[in-house]
Design a protein around this ligand. Structure first.
Ligand code: ADP
Ligand code: MG
Length: 700
């Protein structure tokens, strides 16, 4: 339940005067569904409207307001709205006697007759065009009596629009909505407000819609700065509330089994890195404590997360529980399954792989084995969260590439057990800032160090102009035994075009490199086909694999040595880094060619240089974040950052630590937010719809 103070902000938009289905639809396109959404729609520009005495004072394209007398209306014939492509013309004369016309297309005759009465003087505001030596205003923004509002001059905000909405309309709607703004109690500490010179919440919202100069539009103008801080603070606080609540859930109390671990370490053909050992120790601590483990394991492709996951799974099994690992794609699930099953077999444990393409019979068998507890571990895709699949006692859920699953799906896996411990894994390193912003103080383990014998990939940034040369040089590389990935350009708008590009490249290469086997893989293939083509490449039956970006994160073909990426500038650095991580995985060194298009700009060239100079995924992610900014780093949507109204994470990053600290402090002083300030903060949380956090708070 939202406090009644906030009710006006969340009243239905349709209750507004003159807002019908059409307008509601347009507003929804802009993400505006409530009145608070409406006033959160910030101007992106400003326009100056000048008051002038005669129209000759206006240059072509000027926005002006002036008094003029209506002389006659031309073309007003029928009663119905004109469908004629020709405009209706209204002849006017300004006070100096200068003539001009107003042009109206598809005008409503009633409106015209009411508004433009010959012989009367009107105040007219609009953009002046010099049209065939004539002066004209088409579709004036305002027409009214001479005493009309002073709003018709001066600076006005310009808002992002969508088809079907005009500037005038949205300006009006926002103005209307600003009227009912409640006075809310201050939720920030006074010293913080003073330090930054911020206006009150209400003042900030009012002023943000009345920019006077360009600098008022800046994200660090006091109004916007304050609104962003409000949002960031609310966000940090709600994540902390949710987390502290979750920690109170009783989790699984696992027992560490040294004997089993030692056996496992003996099976491994290598010894663990320092980071792997540290991550395992952190996981052990969580798993053996009574609270619930919620931990994120971050490490580049090839950093060795699988072994860490296996260790955790062994702990679950040794404690009499079961473990499940869910991966986002069939290819990945099979690959994990392949590695883990071999280990499990040697340990004398039962591990099954379950995916959508298993036969009904196979599925039934696995279901039975999981329900009885006969099967200790399972690796799979979404098949793991189907209805009807039950575990005897699932105590550990691992989610690989966690950002590729929705909250719902992650939750569903958890619900297969009784608050199982949770380990999420990601190969997309998340810069600290983003981490804090998107997940609050979620606990993390890092694998920064590369397993021994891994060599840096020789990376070159080359113009696509040299494509021919490069294709020729492949002949030599193939003769020397190289295995090559050829990644085709990312085409955001259309998967079909992307596949077409890959098919074309495939044909060209086939033509040029007779005597070598070439494979093609893309997203429209069935899971079975993808697996077959990957394994043909793994076994060496094909030597070049032409691919769209479907060559999944984590796909492991040990002896692939060369990767060519067309139009590398279209990819995010984190994505390039992941792609590149797919080569040079064995003992041979790898080569990666990043081909950029002619039209790519300086900035994108600079980004590619980062790739050339670094192999540290965390560093690359930071740089990408700095060069490109925010949400894109994590592949947009999943980052959780898209939901901000006011915050521009790149610009407002300096506020993040403060928001975090303030949230931390208030929860320490007043954990249930009962004090006066606590009450004000509750209102803030409601404002930003953190209902989830609120329900926890109310339950407490
Ligand atoms: P990730 O899942 O993090 O991308 P993997 O777990 O698939 O990485 O490991 C990549 C490769 O490195 C695998 O072939 C794995 O056997 C190997 N590996 C893992 N840990 C080590 C280590 N400590 N020393 C040597 N090789 C390792
Ligand atoms: Mg992996």
């Amino acid at each position: 339940m939202k406090p009644s103070l906030l009710a006006p902000l969340f009243k239905d938009l349709s209750a507004l005067q003159g807002v019908g289905k059409g307008t509601l639809f347009c507003l929804a396109q802009l993400g505006i569904q409530s009145r608070f959404d409406m006033i959160s729609h910030l101007p992106t520009g400003l326009l100056e409207r000048r008051r002038i005495l005669t129209i000759t004072m206006a240059g072509d394209g000027d926005l002006v307001t002036l008094p003029a007398t209506i002389l006659s209306v031309d073309g007003l014939v029928s009663k119905s709205r004109s469908r004629s492509p020709r405009p209706l013309r209204i002849h006017c004369q300004d006070r100096s006697g200068q003539l001009f016309t107003i042009a109206l297309f598809r005008a409503n005759p009633d409106y015209v007759a009411r508004t433009y009465i010959p012989g009367q003087e009107r105040l007219i505001s609009g953009r002046v065009e010099h049209f065939k030596k004539q002066l004209q205003i088409s579709h004036p923004d305002f027409v009214g009596s001479l005493e009309a509002t002073p709003y018709w001059e001066g600076v006005e905000p310009v808002y992002p629009l969508t088809k079907g909405l005009t500037q005038k309309r949205i300006q009006g709607l926002i103005k209307e909505n600003l009227k009912g703004l409640p006075d809310l109690p201050e939720w920030h500490r006074e010293s913080v407000i003073r330090q930054y010179g911020w206006p009150s919440w209400k003042q900030a919202l009012n002023d943000v819609h009345k920019p006077e100069q360009e600098k008022d539009l800046s994200p660090i103008a006091p109004t916007r700065h304050r609104l962003s801080f409000d949002e960031m603070f609310a966000n940090q606080l709600s994540m902390m509330l949710v987390r502290s609540q979750q920690k109170q859930f009783k989790g699984q109390c696992h027992v560490l089994n040294t004997e089993m671990r030692e056996k496992f370490l003996q099976i491994l053909p290598f010894s663990l890195t320092k980071d792997q050992n540290k991550a395992i120790a952190e996981i052990d601590k969580d798993m053996s404590s009574s609270g619930r483990m919620i931990r994120l394991l971050q490490g580049d492709v090839g950093s060795g997360k699988t072994v860490v996951a296996m260790m955790a799974m062994l702990t679950a099994v040794a404690s009499g529980g079961q473990a499940a690992l869910m991966a986002p794609t069939e290819v990945l699930a099979r690959q994990h399954g392949h590695v883990l099953k071999a280990w499990a077999d040697e340990m004398g444990l039962i591990l099954e792989v379950l995916t959508g393409s298993d036969t009904a019979k196979k599925k039934r068998e696995i279901y039975a084995a999981l329900a009885s507890g006969e099967c200790h571990m399972v690796v799979g895709t979404h098949a793991l969260i189907q209805e009807g699949l039950t575990f005897r006692n699932l105590t550990l859920a691992i989610i690989d590439e966690q950002h590729r699953f929705g909250v719902e799906q992650r939750l569903k896996l958890s619900q297969k057990g009784d608050t199982p411990d949770l380990l999420a894994m990601t190969a997309t390193p998340i810069p600290r800032t983003l981490m804090l912003a998107a997940y609050g103080d979620l606990e993390c383990s890092y694998l920064r160090e590369k397993p021994a014998n891994r060599q840096d990939v020789d990376t070159r940034v080359i113009s696509l102009d040299r494509l021919d040369e490069i294709m020729d040089s492949l002949q030599r590389a193939l003769q020397a035994g190289d295995k090559i990935y050829w990644v085709c350009p990312l085409i955001e708008e259309s998967e079909t075009m992307e596949i077409a590009a890959a098919e074309e490249r495939y044909c060209v290469l086939k033509e040029r490199l007779k005597g070598f086997q070439i494979g093609l893989i893309h997203g429209r293939l069935s899971a079975q086909e993808k697996i077959e083509r990957m394994s043909a490449f793994r076994s060496g039956d094909t030597q070049i694999l032409v691919a769209t970006t479907v060559i999944e994160v984590g796909v492991d073909v040990q002896d692939a040595t060369v990767m060519i990426i067309e139009h590398a500038e279209r990819f995010g650095l984190a994505q390039l880094h992941q792609l590149r991580g797919r080569i040079g995985r064995g003992d041979q060194s790898g080569t990666c060619l990043l081909l950029y298009g002619k039209e790519s700009g300086h900035l994108s060239r600079q980004r590619l240089q980062v790739m050339k100079n670094s192999h540290d995924g965390f560093y690359i992610a930071e740089q990408d974040w700095k060069l490109r900014g925010g949400g894109e780093v994590l592949g947009s949507r999943q980052s959780g950052l898209q939901n901000f109204r006011f915050v521009d994470m790149v610009v407002h990053e300096p506020l993040l630590n403060l928001a975090h600290q303030e949230a931390h402090d208030i929860l320490r002083e007043d954990p249930s937010l009962k004090s006066d300030r606590g009450q004000a903060i509750r209102i803030l949380l409601h404002l930003f719809l953190k209902d989830k956090a609120m329900s926890y708070l109310e339950a407490a």
